[in-house]
Write a protein that binds this ligand. Structure first.
Ligand code: SAM
Length: 445
């Protein structure tokens, strides 16, 4: 779009650019095109653009991908976009504060990419809502004031390095790809802007994200203080310092991401933080009538496809959303896909309900004495030759899960899961898909 076209849209809509809404509109088509190019668009992609404004970036996306979702806070600009794209079924305009946008509805739309020339004032909150783990994006291209982009990508020793750098870099690879001068915006802002490409990281060891964030807040809360004075009470500070290879007087900003992950691991007191499962665990092997016939190791049972026993638990909150867990990438089967709230094998000699109560506690930190049986599945390749008893519980409260087993958890409305399962069954563990079908049949009766 040219500057003339942008001014025309603003005149027609009666929009006087608002500083509070960060309304500095891009007026240079070549810059807009170059920014969009960094999204590496594919025909199958869905793109979510936050703050499309007059559509300077949008016009380089529409028609090139499967679907475009535009989230615009300014009612007049949202209405103008709605009118402009009224005849396109592949463009959806959402008039909403992007900070409040419910990201969960995007999971069934994958592969999905994020685009935003973000408003300066609420850019941080918008990024937090869209780009925190778990999110559905395979790539994000964002433009913000240069100073903020510099903080996202900064390394230790740099003045811009801090809490924001570590938070973002713990989930994303950040690459600054463009600097954009003030003159290509209307109105002209007082600062330079930069563009960063974010791609999800899969190169880090498992760590407890909630604990990582808590420790960062402590460490950077009083930046000039020595770290050991800010950390929780814990034995072993000296050996930790030795492992990190830093002096005892170290401060938060002197440590890199890998060292912060070591600190997080040190303070993580979850009993299952180390290894997700052992091939040497012993389970009961059962016959076609679910009668115990022998015992064998987990590794043998899975390798030989022997019948054995497991439970799945569906945990619901008061709104009847279902909690799903994102399985750790370290799991020996179905790594990195979504699964039931809790699931696990029966220990040898254990009964189904006892196992469900135990797994709820071990995997989610939920203490329940009873669980309600929903139904049972017979062994098949989809269940991994497991007899599965499915249970349901209601729970509202804190959750705590071992990072070695679970990357993240999220409550999802049932309608979203239904759509997601239909569109992208490969996003789920096959055992969950079987349980979901069983749950659908039993709740319909
Ligand atoms: N994408 C357009 C461009 O590049 O010219 C406009 C970018 S302008 C920097 C920021 C846009 O975000 C404006 O259209 C503004 O109305 C919108 N906006 C501001 N706050 C918002 C929020 N909380 N949620 C969604 N959009 C917002």
């Amino acid at each position: 779009m040219t500057e003339r076209e942008i001014r025309q849209v603003l005149n027609l809509t009666g929009v006087m650019p608002s500083r509070q809404l960060g309304q500095n509109f891009l007026t240079d088509a070549a810059t807009a095109h170059a920014i969009v190019d960094h999204l590496d668009l594919q025909a199958d992609d869905t793109v979510v653009e936050v703050g499309p404004g007059t559509g300077a970036l949008t016009c380089h996306v529409v028609g090139r991908v499967k679907k475009v979702v535009l989230v615009e806070f300014d009612s007049r600009l949202a209405a103008a976009l709605q009118e402009k794209f009224a005849d396109r079924a592949d463009v959806e305009v959402v008039h909403q504060d992007a900070v409040e946008f419910d990201l969960r509805r995007l999971f069934p739309e994958r592969p999905i990419k994020f685009l935003g020339n973000l408003p300066y004032a609420s850019g941080g909150a918008i990024m937090k809502n869209f780009l925190s783990v778990p999110h559905p994006f395979s790539r994000a291209v964002i433009m913000l004031q240069k100073e903020v982009i510099d903080r996202l990508s900064a390394a230790p020793g740099h003045a811009d390095y801090g809490l924001l750098s570590l938070r973002v870099q713990s989930a994303w690879h950040v690459q600054t790809v463009m600097e954009v001068p003030p003159e290509v915006f209307y109105p002209i802002p007082q600062v330079d802007s930069s563009v960063a490409v974010l791609t999800p990281r899969s190169d880090l060891p498992a760590f407890d994200r909630r604990l990582f964030d808590e420790l960062l807040r402590r460490g950077f809360g009083q930046r000039r203080k020595q770290l050991h004075k800010l950390m929780p009470e814990h034995d072993g500070w000296n050996s930790l310092i030795e492992t990190l290879g830093v002096p005892a007087t170290v401060r938060a900003e002197e440590l890199n991401l890998s060292q912060w992950l070591t600190i997080t691991h040190h303070f993580d007191d979850h009993p299952l933080k180390e290894i997700p499962q052992k091939g040497s665990e012993i389970f009961d092997v059962v016959d076609e009538h679910d009668q115990v016939v022998s015992q064998s190791t987990r590794a043998e049972i899975h390798a030989q496809g022997l019948r054995h026993r497991a439970i799945h638990v569906f945990v619901f909150n008061k709104r009847k959303d279902l909690l799903l867990q994102l399985r750790s990438k370290l799991k020996d089967n179905h790594p990195g896909v979504w699964d039931s709230s809790a699931a696990g094998h029966l220990d040898t000699g254990e009964d189904y309900a006892t196992c469900a109560v135990r797994e709820l506690h071990e995997e989610l930190g939920i203490t329940k004495e009873t669980v309600v049986e929903v139904g049972k599945l017979s062994p098949s390749p989809a269940t991994g030759w497991e007899f599965v008893a499915l249970y349901a519980v209601q729970y509202q409260g804190a959750l705590r899960f071992p990072c070695s087993e679970i990357d993240a958890v999220q409550w999802f409305p049932l309608a979203i899961i239904e759509e997601w399962v239909k569109k992208r069954p490969s996003d789920f563990a096959t055992g969950f898909l079987e349980c979901w079908e069983l749950f659908g049949k039993t709740s319909a009766t």
